[in-house]
Ligand binder design. Structure first.
Ligand SMILES: Cc1cc2nc3c(=O)[nH]c(=O)nc-3n(C[C@H](O)[C@H](O)[C@H](O)COP(=O)(O)O)c2cc1C
Length: 205
């Protein structure tokens, strides 16, 4: 296994909103190939409840972009940094993205028990993340977005998504252009890990 390349993909899969080639189509076969890889992710009870809705029709992309903008404007709180310039740039150009991938799950979130909720979302979101990684490995950038869910009902109507199907993340995708993707500045493993007891660092054992 080429650990170095795999680690590179894992470390540098960033949100790419601006440095994209908006003119270049992402071939459908490439999208399908990435979905084949993504569906190797774990799936509760082996149910494979994930579904991927790929939107390339310009009219539908424009309609989704309008919903996304309305949701973003209702949701974004600049004081909390929710309206960063990169996030706004995505709002401006969502309709120009070569493709939008809406990751859905059959069923509805159970809502009451943590175990059931974790099972529900945990059966689809790992595949969505694998999809982002597989795209990244092919030079295709994406962003993990959820703001559209504010208008989930309207997007379901637009896309013909039936009752009993839950939308999760929307990945706007395109080939990267001049994007230098580096590891993010995250807390170290020692800061976010405890050993044997909550709050206890490894060297305190
Ligand atoms: C649950 C979740 C929801 C997110 N929703 C949005 C979104 O609606 N729009 C957006 O532009 N970015 C969204 N992001 C992307 C984050 O802003 C981004 O991951 C974060 O700023 C870190 O940057 P990086 O992905 O480049 O490491 C979301 C990320 C997560 C994990």
């Amino acid at each position: 296994m080429d650990t170095e390349s795999i680690d590179e993909v894992l470390r540098t899969t960033r949100s790419v909103r601006r440095r994209l080639d908006f003119e270049r189509e992402v071939p459908p076969e490439v999208i399908e190939e990435c979905i084949e890889i993504a569906t190797q992710a774990p799936t509760g009870l082996n149910r494979e409840s994930w579904r991927f809705l790929i939107i390339t029709d310009p009219k539908k992309k424009a309609a989704i972009a309008r919903l996304y903008r309305a949701a973003f404007e209702a949701f974004a709180n600049p004081r909390e940094g929710a309206g960063s310039s990169a996030q706004r740039a995505l709002v401006e150009r969502l309709h120009e993205m070569p493709a939008l991938i809406l990751v859905c799950s059959l069923g509805n979130p159970p809502g009451s028990s943590n175990a059931m909720n974790v099972g529900f979302y945990g059966s689809v979101l790992p595949a969505a993340w694998s999809l982002m990684l597989a795209l990244r490995a092919r030079g295709i950038g994406a962003t993990w977005t959820t703001v559209l869910l504010v208008h989930e009902r309207e997007s379901a109507e637009l896309l013909g998504i039936p009752e009993g199907v839950t939308q999760t993340v929307l990945l706007p995708i395109g080939y990267t252009r001049d994007a230098v993707l580096r590891p993010a500045n995250r807390r170290g493993a020692d800061e976010v890990s405890y050993w044997n007891q909550w709050g206890r660092r490894r060297d305190e054992n």
